[in-house]
Design a protein around this ligand. Structure first.
Ligand SMILES: [Ca+2]
Ligand SMILES: [Ca+2]
Length: 178
């Protein structure tokens, strides 16, 4: 067998092994729908902590109370799959907000998001770590997040790495100058 032919056989073998190992990514868009139907009213009317608890419970698949990058990535994929199925039936505002959120997440990267909030460096986020830039009160999450006094927008934007200048423009925060 010529070296070139040996190489191409090896390459074909490597690709077929890689293909066999790369199982199709399983997503669960239906779980997102169930979650949104349940959490929607909670997030709309109840204090922010209740909404966050719902989202936390939904994302914390192994139930250890902490969220790691794999859990976040799993739910991110579920959300993308759900968005793909549902986009056309959403109102323009929801479409824009979701598309922006998914796009920002993909730019910053799940691993970098977890790292930037993981204060004790154990690779998992507690709620306290994840909410480092937010001060909760009795208002629903939506109104809370729009209040500059409840969210440290500068700190939040600075976590976004390459996307920070864009996010600062969007949030109207001043450049930090450092
Ligand atoms: Ca967990
Ligand atoms: Ca941690």
């Amino acid at each position: 067998m010529s070296p070139l032919r040996s190489l191409s056989v090896l390459l074909a073998l490597a690709l077929s092994v890689a293909g066999a190992r790369a199982a199709p990514i399983q997503t669960d868009p239906a779980a997102v729908k169930v979650f949104l139907d349940t959490a929607g009213p909670v997030c709309q009317y109840q204090p922010a902590a209740s909404c966050i608890d719902s989202g936390w419970h939904f994302t914390d698949r192994d139930g250890d109370g902490r969220i790691d990058a794999a859990e976040l990535r799993g739910r991110y994929r579920d959300l993308v799959a759900w968005y793909g199925e549902t986009e056309s039936s959403l109102d323009a505002n929801s479409q824009a907000m979701l598309a922006l959120g998914l796009w920002m997440t993909s730019i910053v990267g799940i691993d970098d998001i977890v790292t930037s909030y993981d204060a004790d460096g154990d690779g998992k986020l507690t709620q306290a770590e994840a909410l480092a830039d937010v001060t909760l009160d009795d208002r629903p999450l939506g109104s809370l997040l729009l209040d500059p006094d409840a969210v440290d927008r500068e700190a939040f934007a600075n976590r976004l790495g390459a996307a920070a200048p864009f996010m600062k423009g969007l949030l109207g925060t001043e450049p930090s100058g450092d």
